[in-house]
Ligand binder design. Structure first.
Ligand code: GRF
Length: 193
């Protein structure tokens, strides 16, 4: 029986969620962050990974999903966590990691999800629609943007005074608090079979 889950984190942005995950799982015995893949050049993240003993990798433009899969297999990765990864996951990874790719989305899906809805675009839409609450959705990834099975959602109230920046700050606080424990819960459920 498997006793530990190896995670690869995929990022396209600054990687604050990835950093939180790395720190959270540092002393865990049954879940380990083994690899960070960034499709954007990110020297700060490269350095952070080096300091924390996590392999960091920036695929080349010409690398295919098969190349990425090979890397994941070599590292014996069990679960992929998308933490601000903007590239669409294709059929190779979806097939090989069926129900084992987790994403965090900075709104209460199905609201404000889908193509083009990422980062600050999401918070702008929330403010424009005068929403009274927003939050985060942690969900599995399937072939459709932001439509996979929801694992957990966390809400935060908004006031009419909250601008885009304020909404982002509130949502990021939820990410910092809940993402890693939810990833752990998910990994534990895989270990229990
Ligand atoms: C986060 O808001 C996450 O929810 C979204 O993209 C952002 C990534 O930020 N999917 P960071 O790169 O982790 O700082």
């Amino acid at each position: 029986m498997k006793t530990a889950i190896n995670i690869a984190i995929f990022i396209s942005g600054a990687g604050s969620n990835a950093k939180n995950l790395i720190c959270y799982f540092k002393d865990e015995s049954n879940v380990a962050v083994d690899l960070v893949i960034s499709n954007k050049s990110n020297d700060i993240m490269r350095q952070f990974c080096a300091e924390h003993g996590v392999e960091y990798c920036e695929p080349r433009k010409e690398d295919s999903e098969h190349d990425i899969l090979k890397k994941l297999m070599a590292k014996e990765i069990d679960v992929i966590v998308l933490a601000g990864y903007l590239k669409k996951i294709g059929s190779v990874l979806l097939h090989n990691f069926k129900n084992r790719i987790v994403n965090i989305h900075p709104s209460l899906l199905p609201k404000f999800g889908g193509k083009g809805m990422y980062g600050v675009n999401v918070h702008e839409a929330v403010v424009q629609h005068k929403e009274t609450e927003s939050g985060i959705t942690i969900h599995l990834v399937n072939e459709k943007y932001d439509e996979g099975r929801i694992l957990a959602q966390f809400l935060v109230s908004l006031t009419p005074q909250d601008d885009v920046k304020a909404v982002e700050t509130k949502v990021r606080a939820l990410e910092a608090k809940h993402f890693a424990p939810e990833v752990q819960r998910f990994c534990n459920s895989l270990l229990k079979g």
